[in-house]
Design a protein around this ligand. Structure first.
Ligand code: THU
Length: 156
């Protein structure tokens, strides 16, 4: 039997259409691109995670000469949050922004490994983790849940 899956997501025409809290989170993600260590790809990524209590933790990509040893911005942010606040592993929204080698903001969407990691944290809380992904041209994509990006995921 042939089956199909659909996801729904929202797209904002520009950052100013976001709710004020989301706009602030996106601005933190934009600022976080400045802390990227990306001497190899010259592609900087910023991530800003809002926890359930309204506090935020930021991350950026950290590269290494031994390439696989580096880490994406999304995992840097959520691992930092989990390590700093093990009492509050409850995540509301993650904003993600890319900055290309020319220095312009550009789109960023979590890679497969980040999706797997984000999903596990989402599954341990009682509500979805939203994602706000900056898109080229200043648009923003809102995904309502990490699970939407990771159908048929590995689980134990
Ligand atoms: N990168 C991220 O930080 N997040 C993603 O979701 C995809 C890629 C980083 C990894 C590497 O430092 C650079 O972007 C180029 O791939």
């Amino acid at each position: 039997m042939e089956k199909s899956l659909t996801i729904s997501y929202r797209e904002y025409a520009d950052c100013n259409s976001l709710a004020p809290d989301d706009r602030r989170l996106l601005d933190l993600a934009i600022a976080a691109t400045d802390s990227a260590y990306a001497p190899y790809s010259h592609f900087r990524v910023g991530a800003a995670l809002r926890l359930a209590d309204g506090t935020t933790v930021c991350g950026s990509n950290q590269e290494n000469a031994a390439y696989p040893s580096g880490l994406c911005a999304e995992r840097t942010a959520i691992f930092a949050a989990s390590a700093q606040r093990p009492d509050l592993r409850d995540y509301h929204t993650l904003a993600i922004v890319g900055r290309n080698p020319q220095g312009s903001l550009c789109q960023a969407s979590p890679c497969g490994a980040c999706r797997q990691v984000l999903l596990e944290y989402e599954q341990q809380q009682h509500h979805p983790l939203r994602l706000l992904c900056y898109l080229d041209g200043g648009r923003v994509r809102e995904l309502h849940s990490v699970a939407d990006l990771m159908p048929f995921a590995f689980e134990m």
